[in-house]
Design a protein around this ligand. Structure first.
Ligand SMILES: Cc1cc2nc3c(=O)[nH]c(=O)nc-3n(C[C@H](O)[C@H](O)[C@H](O)COP(=O)(O)OP(=O)(O)OC[C@H]3O[C@@H](n4cnc5c(N)ncnc54)[C@H](O)[C@@H]3O)c2cc1C
Ligand code: FES
Length: 357
């Protein structure tokens, strides 16, 4: 049995199971209610129950007193529906609504997904969660004001850990550390969420997603978010690498279309040896997308990966396939310019929508 939850003043609605929190149910269905700790401590998710009954779960009395409860207040990260509800809550509608925070994060796990790709799971302190939009990234803060950007590979509704996909850059200051010395339980510091690479929900156009290498990380988050919120927009997902090992989560991506008919997934290799048992597409990933969709005039495109791939896709999609310039969104995995570290690049307003980061 599930209950219907209507949100005021937006008039959006979603369904909540009795055993899940109202916040979890909202996030699962793509509604971005505000939150911080997701643990009943910070009060960021506080709102009003205008009608219906809730169980307040683990909300602590010093954060939500008996008087607050009688007045109809609730912490939506703790409250569970016990009937159909009308609630009053703010909704996160733009990047400006999401606070950018600096937090410590402990390394929970390190998984070598390919010879040069490490999947790093980070755990925030017990009473902290990072609110973000699927597709955004965090800056890992290094010594002397240096920072390195990594996209968050999980969707916001599955944020027990922050997942990063780190490609090894031989000699690279941070990624060498990840591959050589970083261990489980080590502490990192991060600042985020950052960037404007996220799915625009105010469009009904079909979506072309193109990832190169670890550019798969934010694409994975966007697709998993779309699946969770039962987004019906058709999605064409292209993932390119040089060798088979570069498609380090191929089974995961291959199962998406099997379960969700509006999704198509096409892996592409540019450098698979001729004798290799690779039955899939060959060539450059953005060119494979163009070969299949020569007319992109009715699409939105989301592209993520190396600066060269992103630049080529931007140019070719627009000039050869008629993609409107304002429908191209990208995160380009540019190298950090340590000389710019003193400049505050953390303000999302400094990062323009649709431009390379
Ligand atoms: C918005 C954004 C999101 C990003 N997300 C991811 C992600 O999810 N996963 C990921 O693996 N990377 C990602 N990157 C790239 C990542 O931040 C850089 O690769 C990282 O800065 C390398 O750090 P490093 O300290 O190891 O190397 P550095 O010490 O910065 O670099 C050492 C040298 O290696 C070379 N180099 C550096 N980076 C690269 C590169 N990417 N490719 C080729 N040569 C390079 C340069 O010559 C550089 O001088 C992202 C970048 C941006 C801007
Ligand atoms: S009390 Fe922190 S998110 Fe609910």
């Amino acid at each position: 049995m599930s209950f219907q939850v209507s949100v005021q003043p937006s008039q959006h609605s979603f369904h909540a199971q009795p055993e899940e929190t109202i916040l979890d149910a909202a996030l699962r269905q793509g509604l971005c209610l505000p939150y911080g700790c997701r643990d009943g401590v910070c009060g960021s998710c506080r709102g009003k129950v205008l009608s219906g009954q809730v169980a307040h779960g683990k909300a602590a009395l010093d954060v939500l007193s008996e008087a607050d409860r009688h007045a109809g207040d609730a912490l939506f990260c703790c409250a569970m529906a016990r009937s159909d509800l009308v609630i009053e809550s703010r909704e996160i509608r733009s990047l400006d609504d999401i606070p950018i925070r600096t937090l410590p994060a402990r390394v929970h796990s390190l998984t070598r997904a390919a010879p040069d790709v490490m999947i790093v799971e980070l755990k925030l302190p017990a009473s902290e969660r990072l609110q973000f939009l699927a597709g955004q990234y965090v800056d890992i803060l290094l010594k002397e004001g240096k920072r390195r950007a990594f996209s968050i590979a999980n969707a916001p509704h599955e944020d027990a850990f922050l997942q990063l996909h780190v490609r090894h850059i031989p000699g690279g200051k941070f990624t060498e550390h990840v591959f050589e010395t970083l261990k489980e339980r080590d502490l990192l510091r991060l600042r985020g969420p950052q960037g404007s690479f996220f799915l625009r929900s105010d469009s009904h156009k079909p979506i072309l997603l193109v990832a190169g290498g670890t550019g798969f990380a934010p694409i994975k988050a966007i697709v998993q978010q779309a699946i969770a919120e039962k987004n019906e927009r058709p999605m064409l997902i292209y993932w390119g690498g040089r060798q088979p090992a570069d498609l380090y989560l191929l089974p995961l991506a291959e199962q998406w279309p099997a379960q969700h008919p509006q999704l198509r997934f096409i892996p592409v290799l540019s450098d698979a040896p001729a004798d290799e048992c690779w039955k899939g597409r060959r060539g450059l990933v953005h060119q494979a997308a163009m070969a299949d969709q020569p007319d992109l005039s009715g699409y939105q495109a989301y592209v993520c990966g190396s600066p060269a791939m992103v630049a080529a896709a931007r140019q070719d999609f627009q000039t050869l396939c008629h993609l409107p310039a304002e429908e191209f969104f990208a995160d380009s995995f540019d190298f950090a310019s340590d000389t710019l570290a003193a400049i505050d690049t953390t303000n999302p307003k400094d990062r323009k929508v649709g431009q390379d980061e």
